[in-house]
Ligand binder design. Structure first.
Ligand code: MLT
Length: 312
């Protein structure tokens, strides 16, 4: 009988609005990406999708909220690499990223770029690197919390350049970008979905793309490898999850709606404009996201532990 009731509930789903949790502050790349997918998927599912941002502690507060939610398809989680790294970073995490979630599918893939306040005193990438080496901790580095994507990128940058900057954690790169535009903080390494619009608007400066190649969204900005810096390459992928125990028919409908979204030319063009790409349909699957998460847990989590980085 319980099974029949669950099947009936799954058949009626969705009969009320769905909440998509994005566990970083509004105005950042995660928030923007989540809103793009919420808008696309609500058209397919025929119900409103509301975006909720319970930000803090590198996404662990919002992620815990989803883990605790009823597994009924009405609360979902959109998150990136921090789903993996936070497992290594936060002791006593009240959830397990693999055991307490059902993967729905990957959504996006995107590069990162090193940006600064507009009056940062360096004319080009070489001067930027020299300035960081000469000034070290007098330069502030904003990020979205220990274990966040911007933190990972900042750590990779400091390690590749052999510098130690003064880290300033925020609840997301939305507020970090605001302070960067206001000149209160010096440097941020963030996803292009957050940084490209203010760079193009002339409100912040971009010194390098974090990787081996220049970005089509910022063709005049050199790749960090052009300055002879090796081993600094990072890509951020967002994926969609539901709490463990969400009925399979509901998960299947969610995967189908996600696949329709990533294949939508309008959505793809919108993301391209921010310098990121929607994944291929074959990656918008539970198996692909599960494998991606396991890979990130195995590689990046242990990298942070080895580097001695601790959140608590
Ligand atoms: C955000 O949306 O604020 C970012 O994805 C946070 C981060 O750097 O991980």
């Amino acid at each position: 009988f319980a099974l029949a009731a669950a099947a009936a509930a799954a058949q009626a789903w969705p009969s009320r609005p769905i909440t998509m949790v994005m566990p970083y502050a509004p105005g950042g790349p995660g928030d923007t990406i989540t809103r793009v997918f919420a808008a696309a998927m609500q058209k397919t599912l025929g119900q409103q999708i509301v975006v909720d941002n319970p930000a803090g502690a590198s996404g662990t507060i919002g992620t815990a909220k989803v883990a605790r939610s009823a597994p009924d398809g009405y609360t979902l989680l959109m998150i990136h690499v921090s789903h993996a790294t936070n497992l290594a970073m936060y002791k006593g995490l009240p959830y397990h990223p693999v055991d307490d979630f059902e993967p729905i599918g990957s959504a996006t893939n995107g590069p990162m770029v090193i940006v600064t306040r507009n009056d940062f005193p360096a004319r080009d990438l070489d001067e930027f690197i020299a300035y960081l080496r000469a000034n070290g901790p007098r330069v502030s580095l904003a990020h979205a919390g220990v274990g966040s994507a911007s933190h990972l990128c900042g750590l990779m940058m400091m390690s590749a350049l052999n510098v130690k900057l003064n880290e300033i954690p925020y609840k997301g790169t939305g507020p970090a970008l605001n302070d960067l535009m206001g000149g209160q903080v010096d440097v941020l390494c963030d996803q292009t979905s957050g940084t490209v619009p203010p760079v193009k608007a002339g409100r912040i400066k971009a010194y390098a793309a974090a990787g081996k190649a220049r970005l089509p969204s910022l063709p005049a900005v050199p790749a960090i490898s052009e300055a002879g810096v090796q081993g600094f390459d990072i890509n951020i992928s967002f994926g969609l999850y539901a709490p463990k125990g969400t009925p399979r028919p509901v998960l299947d409908q969610l995967t189908a709606a996600l696949q329709k979204a990533v294949a939508d030319p309008e959505l793809r063009a919108r993301l391209e404009g921010m310098g990121i790409s929607a994944v291929g349909v074959e990656q918008a699957t539970p198996a692909s996201l599960r494998a991606h998460l396991r890979h990130e847990i195995d590689t990046l989590g242990s990298l942070l532990v080895k580097a001695g980085v601790k959140a608590n």
